[in-house]
Design a protein around this ligand. Structure first.
Ligand code: URP
Ligand code: ZN
Ligand code: ZN
Length: 459
């Protein structure tokens, strides 16, 4: 199939110009003014922005967690992502403690095979490190194209590794050209605060927030950057929420360290006052939403080059699932639905409100993730020879977010009634029209696993 996109405003991390784009098969074949091609399909993009397909490097699809499973599977999750302009996601494989990475990989391949609508890759979460796992880490990098390794400094007894394991893992990953990513919060302190609150009968959702104060994230982020400095391993902190954690990274730059940082749309746009509501469980996630001053820090951190990526940490649960914790905040499954709204929310709250430039927007939503996670320039830009993953975006269209119109498998929205300006209208994934006129035209199984290479340290 060939597609000609006419007269769009083509925006990449480096450039911004009016042009036509011609795609053939899965790739971009030509970019230029008044291209003389005849295509199977022509799209008029006059007045529209054309972005590289979005990449969300932090999602949890069909993930067993806290006694239940996240409610979007590979089909509903990647389809909802496409509706919002995200053409590729990176999900997390969780090693079961005491078991192998190989078995974990098999389990996740079973969940995704023939089900994904959009493209995907995996991070491998190492929850139990030893010499056998060290060999498997090398195999993942060399043979499976899985080059990023997730660690948890919290969720003790299920996912957390200790600092000794962390340092050993970092050494192996560094030697083999991979990247260590982290959920950086101090699990022991959080567990003690949860226990204290439960003992005192403090069971409402707000105590989830009060059990994870900013210092727990700031301390763990600093400790992680220290361990990176000691081992020389490249690192990436996921879902950063607060000023204290960002300052830990800022401090690490004073000893010439480069640590990659991701924040998520919810931490830029929502705050902890939501936990006082009767339905506060909707926003129970880890780390929790923070304060307005943290939003200010995160926006500044983006423009100071300290934060490179905006993901979602999409980990949806239905309201019924959230009710598992109706009498005890510590039993509320952690996470919320978000995969569909990332591109539109960041455009509306970031670009439209003058907080970030258009090229920064493309960096945050696509290019930097492609570079950091070893997929650039196949993904993450608009260039001849690259995958034809393209978003045609209406920058002035106003709409309101609601569970009644979203495509995620969640019966509520964390953004119910939120007004945004800017809408994803047409999406191409590897040269096929994926979204058009508010319909998804691709079938489960179209989405492919993307084997990744080594990290670019120059982001
Ligand atoms: O609340 C969250 N974030 N749930 C998913 C697991 C994680 O920590 O990312
Ligand atoms: Zn996490
Ligand atoms: Zn997560």
């Amino acid at each position: 199939m060939s597609v000609l996109i006419k007269n769009g405003r083509v925006v990449t991390a480096e450039s911004d110009y009016l042009a036509d784009i011609y795609t053939e098969g899965e790739s971009i074949v030509a970019i230029g003014k008044d291209l003389p091609y005849k295509a199977d399909k022509t799209i008029n993009a006059k007045g529209k922005l054309v972005f590289p397909g979005g990449i969300d490097p932090h999602v949890h699809l069909d993930m067993p967690f806290m006694g239940t499973s996240s409610s979007d599977d590979y089909t509903s999750g990647t389809r909802a992502a496409l509706f919002g302009g995200t053409t590729m996601v990176i999900d997390f494989i969780l090693q079961t403690q005491g078991d192998t990475l190989k078995n974990a990989l098999k389990a996740w391949q079973g969940r995704s095979k023939d089900k994904a609508v959009g493209d995907y890759s995996y991070h491998m979460a190492v929850t139990d490190f030893n010499s056998k796992v060290a060999k498997e880490v090398v195999h993942m990098i060399e043979k499976e194209g899985i080059t990023s390794f997730k660690t948890f400094m919290a969720y003790k007894g299920a996912l957390m590794i200790d600092d000794g394991q962390m340092v050993q893992l970092m050494k192996v990953v560094k030697e083999n050209g991979g990247l260590v990513t982290v959920h950086a919060t101090n699990g022991d302190v959080i567990d003690s605060l949860i226990a204290k609150n439960r003992k005192a009968g403090n069971m409402a959702p707000i105590y989830h927030y009060l059990s994870q104060p900013e210092v727990t994230e700031a301390e763990a982020s600093a400790r992680f950057t220290d361990m990176l400095d000691y081992t020389g391993c490249p690192g990436y902190i996921v879902h950063m929420t607060c000023e204290g954690a960002l300052n830990a990274v800022r401090k690490s730059t004073m000893r010439n360290q480069k640590v990659f940082v991701e924040t998520c749309t919810q931490y830029l746009t929502l705050d902890a006052s939501l936990y006082k509501r009767k339905d506060g469980a909707k926003w129970v996630m880890s780390p929790p939403l923070r304060e307005k001053k943290d939003q200010t820090s995160l926006w500044s951190g983006i423009n100071q080059g300290l934060i490179q990526v905006v993901g979602t940490d999409h980990c949806p649960f239905t309201w019924k699932q959230k009710q598992m914790g109706k009498n005890d905040f510590s039993k509320i499954p952690n996470g919320h639905p978000a995969i569909e709204h990332r591109m539109e929310l960041l455009f509306s709250e970031g670009v439209r409100k003058g907080r970030i430039s258009l090229s920064k927007y493309v960096e945050l939503t696509s290019t930097n993730a492609a570079k950091i996670f070893g997929m650039y320039p196949k993904k993450g830009t608009i260039a001849i020879g690259g995958d034809a993953d393209l978003v045609i975006f209406n920058p002035t269209k106003k709409h309101t977010l609601s569970h009644k119109t979203h495509h995620m498998n969640a019966d509520y929205s964390s953004y119910e009634g939120f007004k945004v300006t800017g809408k994803t209208e047409t999406v191409l994934l590897r040269g096929q029209v994926a979204i058009e006129k508010n319909k998804c035209l691709l079938k489960p199984g179209y989405g492919q696993f993307v084997k990744r290479g080594k990290t670019s340290l120059h982001v």
